[in-house]
Design a protein around this ligand. Structure first.
Ligand code: SAM
Ligand code: SF4
Length: 333
């Protein structure tokens, strides 16, 4: 079967799948406190998700990231991970991984490792229990730290994802960095993105430029830029004093769309070809129309042929333009 190549000659080898829009946290930059979630009947079943992911793997996807909402609150999610591990066994899939808030990791870490998961991204913006409760609204820090410890004990490599938030975790730049160094975790900082209507949260107030964050690092440490690329908007530096690798995800101040290798599938079967664009393809209809995958594969190819060159986020004129009406939990971060 021919690989998925988009109109800008980018090879699509990475699929991110949101398996639920639900979550046990209500992070202020991600969700409103009173979120209305999709009716459960609208969600793809785990069997349908399997069929869709398998179609992508058959078409050359080598990396699958399971996300949400909180992927580990989806009922039966381990069954899905077990099913996907068959693609690791055949060698078709090179990596099966997930992004999680860590709340359920204590329960799932060992089973995930048994399914062939080797790395996990855990979102953690602060090490202060009170601030953690404030930013996640419903989350509790000890539960997440226990989850991270369990994942480590199960042999999973951990990357901490921290959203850089002005006036919130600026003062923890070095605390978080030191903690990751001590624990042996990788660390990536993410610029806050203008997703969803979150009521009274003012996105420009939250925005802490990673350029500024990097400057603060450079005042204390020697930074070496690394050539390593993930095909996404992350760039990495090594802190020479600690040997740590730190990532920066800067979709706003930089635009790395030229090397984009990914697409995103929602829990209702919509395929977003770009995180920052509204265009999407409905894959649920062709999936349900026939047990045969031919129509589904045609729809996937037609969607990839519409993958845009780049996104429209722009904070540069001190106004949020290119704001996306949907929530991050819908498309999967
Ligand atoms: N619930 C899981 C978690 O928190 O890791 C997976 C889904 S969450 C939507 C994925 C990532 O998106 C998290 O690292 C979260 O911090 C990030 N995120 C959510 N809203 C964001 C926003 N407005 N800007 C930047 N990152 C955001
Ligand atoms: Fe839930 Fe993740 Fe969004 Fe926080 S960032 S509300 S944990 S989906």
């Amino acid at each position: 079967m021919t690989a998925l190549i988009d109109p800008f000659a980018r090879s699509i080898t990475y699929l991110r799948v949101s398996v639920t829009d639900r979550c046990d946290f209500r992070c202020v930059y991600c969700m409103a406190e009173n979120m209305t979630f999709l009716p459960k009947a609208d969600l793809l079943t785990l069997e349908e998700l399997d069929r869709l992911c398998t179609a992508f793997v058959d078409m050359g996807v080598q990396k699958l990231r399971i996300t949400g909402g909180e992927p580990l609150v989806r009922k039966g999610i381990l069954t899905f991970f077990r099913a996907m591990s068959r693609h690791l066994d055949t060698g078709a899939l090179r990596e099966l991984t997930l992004t999680t808030n860590g709340s359920q990791l204590a329960r799932f870490a060992a089973d995930l490792a048994a399914c062939g998961v080797r790395r996990v991204n855990v979102s953690l913006d602060t090490l202060d229990p009170d601030k953690f409760a404030r930013i996640t609204r419903w989350g509790r820090l000890p539960q997440v730290l226990d989850g991270i410890a369990a994942a480590q004990a199960a042999g999973l490599r951990i990357k901490i994802n921290a959203v850089a938030l002005k006036g919130f975790n600026e003062d923890e730049l070095f605390t978080l960095t030191d903690w990751c160094a001590q624990q042996g975790h990788d660390l990536t900082w993410i610029e806050v993105m203008p997703m969803g209507d979150l009521g009274n949260e003012d996105r420009l107030d939250q925005y802490w430029s990673l350029r500024d964050l990097r400057t603060r690092y450079a005042e204390r440490f020697t930074l070496t830029d690394l050539a390593e690329r993930s095909g996404g908007p992350a760039r990495y530096v090594r802190i020479e004093e600690t040997g740590q690798k730190v990532g920066f995800i800067t979709p706003l101040t930089h635009n790395f769309c030229e090397s984009c290798n990914r697409v995103r599938l929602t829990c209702t079967g919509e395929l977003y070809m770009c995180l920052g664009q509204e265009d999407r393809a409905d894959l649920r209809a062709p999936l349900r129309a026939s047990p045969d995958d031919a129509a589904l594969q045609d729809s996937i190819r037609a969607a990839i042929a519409r993958k845009p060159k780049g996104h429209d986020f722009d904070y540069s004129r001190q106004s949020v333009s290119g704001q996306m009406p949907r929530h991050m939990s819908h498309t999967g971060g």
